[in-house]
Design a protein around this ligand. Structure first.
Ligand code: 6PG
Length: 244
């Protein structure tokens, strides 16, 4: 089941997304004693993380019970300006009392395939600790959408879009001339809640295609995201909703 919620602008989107995160965290911790979330990179979530780090929201969350993962990472060290980990650490994780061992970054400093294998092992180990099958999945996955319809690091034409076994893969993205490590639809679609954050008029035409156009995930990877037993929410601003 997918829902679209439109808010006024990028600032309202950050506000709504941060409030959504806090609510999801409170619910998961109350029900299952922990909140496992996969963060996205990109400029849209960055504004949300900055808002979430402010006391009136951050203080609602029991960070000792929060486990943070990433949906994808660039094949760079953690201190690199391109690192998704670095961005989230800078604007959020360094400002809230989350234990270091609850921060599960993708080790972009390793050879890409090794980083993918190491991360998959860490994910499987983390979720195997959950005795109850219902909780052996992410409580929340945050995703963005690129102007080309990519999400996480699932870019148009990537074999990873059709992956059915592995949870994490690494591959060379021709259009970026760079290696990326990404969660695959196998684990993304197992989440209890997947929430896209999309802002800006430059995405309006693509968003319309993704939401209401023909199903063609090889061309529009964001379409592959359809949680099997979870909820899908598109949190968008009016500029991105311009053609929807
Ligand atoms: C990344 C993200 C990527 C991002 C989109 C949208 O590593 O950059 O995973 O998929 O979500 O490119 O980015 P914006 O929200 O900044 O437009």
């Amino acid at each position: 089941m997918s829902m679209v919620r439109t808010v006024a602008d990028a600032s309202a989107l950050a506000e709504a997304a941060a409030g959504h995160f806090a609510l999801m965290a409170e619910e998961a911790i109350a029900k299952r004693g922990r909140f496992a979330v996969a963060l996205s990179g990109g400029s849209t979530p960055r504004r949300m993380y900055e808002r979430l780090a402010q006391p009136e929201l951050a203080e609602r969350i029991d960070w000792l019970r929060v486990h943070v993962f990433w949906g994808d990472e660039r094949a760079v060290p953690p201190e690199h300006p391109e690192s998704n980990y670095r961005m989230a650490h800078e604007v959020l994780l360094s400002r809230v009392p989350i234990p270091a061992q609850n921060i599960h970054r993708i080790r972009g400093e390793l050879a890409p395939e090794e980083a993918a294998k190491t991360y998959e092992a860490e994910l499987r180990q983390f979720f195997s600790r959950d005795q109850r099958p219902v909780s052996s999945r992410f409580d929340l996955v945050l995703l963005g959408m690129g102007e080309d319809g990519h999400t996480a690091s699932l870019f148009p034409g990537a074999a990873a879009i059709n992956e059915t076994d592995r949870w994490v893969v690494a591959y060379y993205v021709e259009k970026l001339q760079a290696w990326r490590i990404t969660l695959t639809p196998v684990v993304l679609n197992a989440a209890a809640q997947v929430t896209f954050l999309v802002s800006g008029a430059e995405k309006a035409a693509r968003l319309r295609q993704v939401l209401y156009g023909p199903y063609q995930p090889q061309a529009l990877p964001a379409q592959i995201i359809r949680p099997a037993h979870g909820r899908l929410l598109w949190l968008i601003d009016e500029a991105a909703a311009g053609l929807v």
